[in-house]
Design a protein around this ligand. Structure first.
Ligand code: TRP
Length: 321
């Protein structure tokens, strides 16, 4: 089975990205044919600073590699290293109805928020459909916010297949529920755009600052606390097995718990969790030539599949004159 998903390099990757997507993708390598990519073409819909995009793209490659994406076993690549995807986008555009794109929640939300829409933002779902259909992917692990985009991909593929004959595999979304439950330091969903993230591989100083800034309620030490409404509890739980989570819950339900103490514990927990990856991360950050070679090789391997699907599609629509 082919599993495919990607992450936009529109900022430093954080615990929300890790628990919602990266960790899962790294585990999927064991069981599935995995396609994992850094979505830099899509990031252009919001990032205007070229240096920022370059740096974050590179940093995302390093983060994934340090955390255990195995480029020999999986297809790991940068979206723009497979230019075939833009050609497929054009072929798909012509079977994509305007009405479908106008109904996209993500587009409508952004316009409502006052973001001035450009054509890239409007066509975003078509490029995403091309990302998926170019490799015949079956399962697409995404957060709820992306579910509609995968459904649109199915729609577009169906239209294409209906008109031109069976060409594309219809993908299924695999909805990641945890995504909504990974709170940022302020309790909203962890997201770069809310400024509430705890970044992967932050320095110890930075990590301390971020964890100490986690918002908790004002209950006094001698009061009992409510684990189920506490972001500090939710964040700490991500790292605990069932038994340790139950212990922490008990501490919340007895008088005497100090949030400051839980925060100090959380700093160490996060620090130790990523400790096994830190050396590799440091090393890769300092070997850009090596990282670029790895990404180029990843793209070359992935392209073999891309050209096959693109050729099928080109023939199907009649570009093979
Ligand atoms: N739109 C996705 C997001 O922002 C990223 C993405 C682009 C993607 N292409 C994809 C995810 C293909 C899954 C499959 O989260």
């Amino acid at each position: 089975m082919r599993v495919l998903s990607g992450i936009q390099p529109s900022g430093a990757l954080h615990l929300g990205n890790y628990f919602a997507m990266m960790k899962r993708m790294i585990e999927y390598q064991e069981k599935h044919e995995l396609f994992c990519f850094i979505v830099n073409y899509h990031a252009l819909t919001s990032v205007r600073d070229s240096e920022y995009l370059r740096q974050n793209t590179y940093a995302a490659c390093v983060d994934f590699l340090a955390l255990g994406i195995d480029p020999n076993r999986s297809y790991f690549y940068v979206q723009s290293d497979i230019p075939e995807v833009t050609e497929l986008t054009w072929l798909l555009s012509n079977v994509t109805e305007m009405g479908l794109l106008l109904r996209a929640h993500s587009y409508k939300d952004k316009v409502e928020k006052g973001i001035e829409p450009n054509h890239g933002l409007f066509a975003y779902p078509v490029l995403m459909a091309a990302d998926i259909l170019l490799y015949g992917a079956n399962f697409i692990p995404v957060g709820k916010d992306q579910k509609q985009h995968v459904e649109m991909t199915r729609d577009i593929a169906q239209k294409f297949n209906y008109n031109y004959g069976e060409t594309f595999v219809l993908p299924e979304p695999e909805i990641i529920d945890d995504l909504a439950t990974i709170p940022g330091t302020d309790g909203q969903k962890m997201s770069k755009s809310y400024g509430n993230t705890i970044n992967l591989f932050a320095s110890k100083e930075e990590l301390k600052k971020r964890v100490m800034s986690i918002v908790t309620d004002a209950r006094a030490v001698e009061e009992i606390k409510d684990p189920d409404t506490c972001n500090l509890f939710a964040l700490t739980s991500l790292f605990l097995d069932a038994e340790r989570k139950a212990e922490l819950r008990q501490r919340y339900l007895r008088p005497g718990l100090k949030y400051g103490e839980v925060k100090k514990e959380l700093i160490e927990i996060i620090w130790n969790y990523f400790e096994p990856y830190r050396d590799k991360h440091e090393e890769l950050l300092n070997r850009p030539d090596y990282v670029h070679d790895v990404m180029r090789a990843g793209a070359a391997k992935t392209r073999l599949i891309a050209v096959e699907y693109l050729e099928k599609a080109r023939n199907a629509v009649g570009l093979n004159y």
